[in-house]
Design a protein around this ligand. Sequence first.
Ligand code: FAD
Length: 384
Amino acid sequence: MTIDRRRWLKLAGASVAAGWSGACAGSGGGRFGPSLWGPDAGASVRPVPISRDSVIRVVAGLRPYRPNGFVVRAERFGGKLLVHNYGHGGGGFTLSRGTAAMAAEQVAEAGTEGAVAVLGAGAVGLATATILQRQGRRVTIYARELPPDTTSNIAGAQWSPTTVADDLSGPFGDQFERAARLAHRSFQRLVGPDYGVRWIDNYFLSERPLGEPEYMSRIRDLYPEWEDLEGDEHPFPTRHARRVATMFIEPPRYLRALLRDFRVAGGKVVVGEIADRRQLAALSEPVVANCTGLGSRELFGDRSLVPIKGQLVVLRPQPGIDYLTVGGGRFSESGSLYMFPRSDGVLLGGTFQRGVESLDPDPAATDRILASHAALFDAMAAGP
Ligand SMILES: Cc1cc2nc3c(=O)[nH]c(=O)nc-3n(C[C@H](O)[C@H](O)[C@H](O)COP(=O)(O)OP(=O)(O)OC[C@H]3O[C@@H](n4cnc5c(N)ncnc54)[C@H](O)[C@@H]3O)c2cc1C
């Protein structure tokens, strides 16, 4: 498909004018109407208005990163079966339903009967708990924080397993690929407004031809409609743009829905910290699934876990914007950029600060994220 940039922008304006009122009139999809929950390729690629006035919050979260990748592993702990499922880095939302299925497999294979204690109520814990319930297990969640107060609530959450390990070429690569494929299939079953999962166009922007990072090349078929566009073939002010379709998840809606499903299926939730392994040993359940994310550093002594701080500047929701951008060519020279338009706000990222523990937003990062996105979208609006 080739379409010149002037025409892209014109079409975008027309589709926003025509499509937006139509979307509002729809029913069953919340305030956006149903059109947002299906593919809408290219329909509303128009510049995002960036203004400090529109900022509604600035937040930061810590990605639970392990250079060697996530852990899904069973061990014996006292008389219990302990199955770990943690350390997903920047791809924890994406992979959650895959590693949850893998952890549930390990529980089934070990043959230990009885109830399960799931530690943690982020994307990983909730997926693990609900999948175990479907296997007929009685499950209790023990968690220090529940949604909306987990790291998972901060996630973007683009379906794309990025920043998951330093190297995907070794044996971890196969585990990574399996988790990604299981998760991709599982999230597809949840597409729609109830779980807040939808398909959306992603544009990766660059001044140079885009290479293929390993996390993408291993699972290229999970990024449908892949096309590399140049110059006037796309509407952005960068030389190159890669368009792929991914799923996109609304964490507040999705996590709430999972917690609801868990409770409807008879699950119990106990809010509080598991302070140490003695407390763990005292739980009545014979099976424990550890989904504590970064919490596994203290609770299980995994010193290889390192936080990667990510900061987001969130603008008020802008319903006419229906595509993601990642990168920004010459506009992103001073750091990484991404724009994710969610119904609870347009997320502008981002930062990837390895080893930084603080959750305090950094005003300099806010300035950079706003200024770089403003430059990118102003240049897009100005046209060729
Ligand atoms: C800015 C940002 C953007 C991101 N974007 C994306 C994205 O686009 N796509 C994507 O896939 N991922 C993204 N991520 C990564 C994603 O957020 C994480 O990988 C994911 O949330 C990890 O989920 P989790 O359930 O393991 O951890 P968490 O959400 O942190 O949940 C851990 C749970 O364990 C509990 N817990 C911890 N310790 C204890 C204890 N001792 N006792 C009791 N309970 C305990 C916590 O209270 C919580 O309930 C992003 C992250 C950030 C910060």
